[in-house]
Design a binder for this molecule. Structure first.
Ligand SMILES: *Cc1c(COP(=O)(O)O)cnc(C)c1O
Length: 241
């Protein structure tokens, strides 16, 4: 990276942090309670290391192979590493011991696979349950009506620790649409919190990305996953003229 690129990355991170702070303060929340996860997919080890040097504390990766490649290059030193992408059960074993949180647990089957691997390694793996809030056929995640059953089954696994919920609402043409999804997510989050399941701590509500994180924070998100606003457009987002 050139010095110019580094300084641009620094400025974007500062700008995102300021927007988070403003969004939190606007609804009377402490900005320090909002965790910024830098969604670092398609950004190489050097860019990830630079982001960490610029103040990023948590990195979220989407693909197992990409995470392993960058992990080997020591990309994440000094930060917390989380997994936020679609996960196949046969790849779970590569993540256990490397990531502090798996945000994208969208089925009981995947939760059980994580529990088995974590048990083998003698650790307790933190997870979030992913909710398919827009009921999209192409997306993974639990439907709202499946959530209670999933929580009661997975909370029995001693090698799992449910720490909250995650959602990726449909790509919206208007913010108002996402507002209703985010509101619904917060309601469900509070519902589960109120039920006080054993072995479950509803600490994190992970929702909000570059286009909608301020709305998500207004609706109660305390974890936002931001890629583009930090790293710039990913190669496939740049439409050539
Ligand atoms: C890429 C990604 C993000 C960040 O998306 P941006 O719109 O670039 O901020 C957040 N969450 C998940 C699961 C992602 O894959």
């Amino acid at each position: 990276m050139t010095e110019q690129e580094k300084s641009e990355l620094y400025s974007r991170i500062q700008a995102v942090q300021e927007r988070i702070d403003t969004a939190a303060e606007k609804v009377g929340r402490d900005p320090k309670d909002i965790i910024l996860v830098a969604a670092s997919k398609m950004n190489d080890a050097e860019r990830v290391r630079t982001a960490i040097a610029c103040g990023i504390r948590v990195c979220g990766e989407n693909r197992v192979q990409e995470l392993l490649d960058k992990y080997e290059q020591n990309a994440y030193a000094g930060a917390d590493l989380q997994f936020i992408g679609t996960l196949q059960t046969n790849k779970v074993k590569y993540l256990i011991g490397k990531v502090s949180l798996i945000q994208s647990v969208g089925s009981v089957r995947l939760g059980e696979a994580i529990a088995r691997e974590a048990e083998k390694r003698g650790i307790r793996q933190d997870i979030l349950l992913e909710v398919n809030i827009g009921r999209e056929a192409a997306k993974s995640g639990l439907l709202l009506e499946e959530l209670d059953d999933a929580v009661s089954r997975l909370c029995e696994k001693k090698s799992l620790h449910i720490r909250g919920l995650m959602a990726i609402p449909p790509i919206a043409d208007q913010t108002s649409k996402n507002l209703s999804y985010f509101t619904e997510m917060h309601q469900v989050f509070v519902d589960i919190l109120t039920k006080k399941y054993d072995n479950v701590n509803m600490d994190y509500l992970s929702m909000g990305m570059t286009n909608d994180f301020e709305t998500a924070i207004a609706c109660g998100a305390n974890m936002v996953r931001i890629g583009t606003a930090i790293f710039g457009a990913r190669p496939y987002q740049i439409v050539s003229p």
